[in-house]
Structures are given as structure tokens and as C-alpha cells.
Design a protein around this ligand. Structure first.
Ligand SMILES: Nc1ncnc2c1ncn2[C@@H]1O[C@H](COP(=O)(O)OP(=O)(O)OP(=O)(O)O)[C@@H](O)[C@H]1O
Length: 293
């Protein structure tokens, strides 16, 4: 398990990362979310030892992380790590050799990964000859080569088409299923929602929320949707109800007191038929907007 505790980093007057603490447990995929400049890349660089923190610690399996641990991490940096003018296969082999793989095993893994991504015939090409999306697939392949013990990926899905997103998501999920902790940043909340066991939300350097989606949902506003026969406008005058929206026969409301649920339903039934009365869980986008507002 990777643990980040009270990490802090300032650049001049700016607190880019301010007392950030979270875990990336064994076998879990954790999404790292936050607006531009929130501090995600800076945090990842500190995890990887590329930037010294002003305060706080990074631990791996309960002890301070070492250079040797990090050497076995798979890291995809924001600025991307591979060389445009070198052959793909040579770079993938080089990276795997650094992590202790034999040349033959590295070549076999590079070939198998590239074939899996439909790039089996591009192995000897220079990276720059590939489209940007395909270059991105190679960058992800580089991070997962040689069985990394953890994956730290800075916006691995940006610029990928939906099919490539599915392929890469499948690849990361496989690694997580083998026990690898995976931390990746993304602005695509739908993807985080689909892939992640948990998420960490940063805003202006500070951690504003973390937990599983269920945990975050339960902290958010819970609303009910009521669909009746006629006009639902009467809910506006009903006690213990805060109306978010009424559109014809549909009302979206927040119930404010114990028993408000039963009282509202009873009143709706007294007035006619009820077609729907359901809890509306907040979407991840709504939770995100709420905690970063
Ligand atoms: N080397 C640096 N020197 C000065 N300021 C920096 C440096 N690196 C980052 N910053 C500043 O720290 C803040 C956090 O930046 P960071 O790149 O970590 O954010 P981010 O969450 O990754 O953003 P994005 O989603 O835009 O990539 C920003 O205001 C950025 O300008």
C-alpha cells in the first residue's frame, strides 16, 4: 500500500500542495481529481521522488519509500517520458531492463503489449511516427512493462478515443486485480466513476474530499424525484420540502425532516396517482462541483 501523509510543497508564495494525505491500497484504482493547477502533478512528482516535499512523507508498505521501491513503480509523467526519435521497441526494452527484466523477456512483453493495442507492426517505428493517441498507448505500455509494483499515471486517458480508453482501462484493471495499487489523475469524471474504487479530490492544493464513490455520495445532497398525474407545483408549499425543480408533473426535491418522505408520498397519493417516487443519488460531477465550489 502506498501512503501519502501531510505532503506539502510551496513554490515561492504559492502552496501548490497543502497537507495532502491519502492511501492507495493494494489492488485498488484511485482516481486523482482536481481542476487545472490543483496540485495533482506536483503530488505525483513527490510520490515519485522527482520533487522534494517541504513537509510530509510517502510510505510504501508501512515504511519510508526508497529509491529501490520507486525504481519498480510504473510512472507516466505529465510531460510523457519517451523519446520521439527512438524506436518504440528499443525504448520499451530499455525501461523493462532498468526494472531488472532480461532482454528476451522484455522483447516478448513489448511485442505482446503492442500487439494487444493493434500496434504489433509498428514496433520498430520511431515514436513520433505514430498518431498522438497511439503514442499515448505506447506511453502507457511503458509504464506497465516489467510488472511494476505500483502505477502512478498522470492523465493517462487524455487524448484517447473511446476504444483506446476501454483497452487501457482493461489493462489497468488487470494490473489492479493482480494487487498493484494504481493512482491516476483525470479530468474525465465519467471515467473515474466507471473505473475507480475510490477517489481523491484536490482544490487549490488542498484535499477537499476522498473516499469511495458511495462514501462521497452519502455526504452529498440526497434528493427525491416525484412524478405524479397532474401538476406537481403543490410540493412548493409542502412542509419540510426544499424544491430544486418542478417541471409539469415532475418534481425534484430535497426532504428536510424525518418522516418528510412518508408525508410527501401520502399527500401525493391523496391527490392522485404516483408514477415514480425515487431517491436521486448525486452524480460524481455534482459531488465534485459541491466540494470544489
Ligand atoms: N516547478 C514549478 N514552479 C513553480 N510553480 C509550479 C511548478 N510546478 C507547479 N507549479 C504550480 O503549482 C500549482 C499546481 O500545479 P500542478 O501541475 O501540480 O497542478 P495539476 O493539478 O496537475 O494541474 P493540471 O490539471 O492543469 O495538470 C500550479 O499553480 C502550478 O503553476
Amino acid at each position: 500500500m502506498l501512503e501519502v501523509s501531510h505532503l506539502t510543497r510551496t513554490f515561492g508564495q504559492l502552496k501548490a500542495v497543502d497537507d495532502v494525505s491519502f492511501d492507495v491500497p493494494t489492488g485498488q484504482m484511485i482516481g486523482f481529481v482536481g481542476g487545472n493547477g490543483a496540485g495533482k502533478t506536483t503530488t505525483m512528482r513527490m510520490i515519485m521522488g522527482l520533487l522534494a516535499p517541504d513537509g510530509g512523507t510517502v510510505t510504501w508498505n508501512g515504511r519510508p519509500i526508497t529509491r529501490e521501491d520507486r525504481a519498480h513503480f510504473g510512472y507516466m509523467p505529465e510531460e510523457r517520458g519517451l523519446y520521439p526519435k527512438q524506436a518504440i521497441v528499443d525504448q520499451l526494452i530499455y525501461i523493462a531492463r532498468l526494472k531488472g527484466m532480461t532482454a528476451a523477456a522484455a522483447r516478448a512483453e513489448a511485442t505482446s503489449l503492442m500487439e494487444r493495442f493493434g500496434l504489433g507492426d509498428r514496433l520498430k517505428d520511431k515514436l513520433e511516427k505514430l498518431s498522438l493517441g497511439n503514442q499515448q498507448r505506447v506511453q502507457i505500455a511503458a509504464a506497465v512493462m516489467a510488472n511494476p509494483i505500483a502505477l502512478i499515471l498522470d492523465e493517462p486517458f487524455s487524448g484517447l478515443d473511446p476504444k483506446a480508453v476501454d483497452q487501457m482501462a482493461g489493462l489497468l484493471a488487470e494490473r489492479a486485480a493482480r494487487g498493484v495499487p494504481v493512482l491516476f489523475s483525470s479530468h474525465q469524471l465519467d471515467l473515474i466513476d466507471r473505473l475507480c474504487d475510490g477517489l481523491v479530490i484536490l482544490s487549490e492544493g488542498r484535499m477537499v474530499a476522498d473516499g469511495t464513490k458511495d462514501e462521497l455520495e452519502s455526504r452529498g445532497r440526497l434528493r427525491h424525484r416525484l412524478v405524479v398525474d397532474g401538476d406537481a407545483g403543490w410540493v412548493r408549499d409542502f412542509p419540510d420540502v426544499r424544491v430544486d425543480d418542478v417541471d409539469g408533473s415532475t418534481a425534484l426535491v430535497e426532504l428536510q425532516g424525518p418522516g418528510a418522505e412518508q408525508a410527501l408520498l401520502t399527500e401525493a397519493l391523496r391527490r392522485g396517482s404516483v408514477h415514480e417516487f425515487a431517491i436521486v443519488r448525486p452524480t460524481l460531477s455534482e459531488i465534485y462541483r459541491e466540494v470544489t465550489a
